[in-house]
Design a protein. Structure first.
Length: 97
């Protein structure tokens, strides 16, 4: 009878090359999109409710503009934010585009 040495256990983590290949394979899956980051506020359907503090004089102008356009206050504020994000914003000569 021959006594043999017990084989060394395999490492628990895969080698880096295998891990990279596995990550690439997984990220190529159609349902592999990363979850959206957690946004503070209350989720309302497809939108996120936030709290906004605005000067009374500016709020009055927003309400007047909303009435002229036949839109709600929220729609006008959403449109203004969308336009600023999509087309950039110019504040006192400082532009983010």
């Amino acid at each position: 009878m021959v006594i043999k040495k017990k084989p060394a256990p395999k490492p628990a983590t895969p080698p880096a090359a295998d891990s990279a290949a596995a990550d690439a394979f997984i990220s190529g899956a159609p349902d592999s999109a990363a979850p959206a980051p957690k946004v503070p506020g209350v989720k309302k359907g497809n939108k996120q409710q936030i709290s906004l503090t605005i000067a009374p004089a500016l709020l009055l102008k927003v309400d007047e503009l909303a009435e002229q356009l036949g839109q709600t206050r929220a729609a006008v504020i959403n449109l203004a934010i969308h336009r600023a994000v999509q087309h950039g914003l110019d504040i006192d000569g400082l532009t983010n585009a």
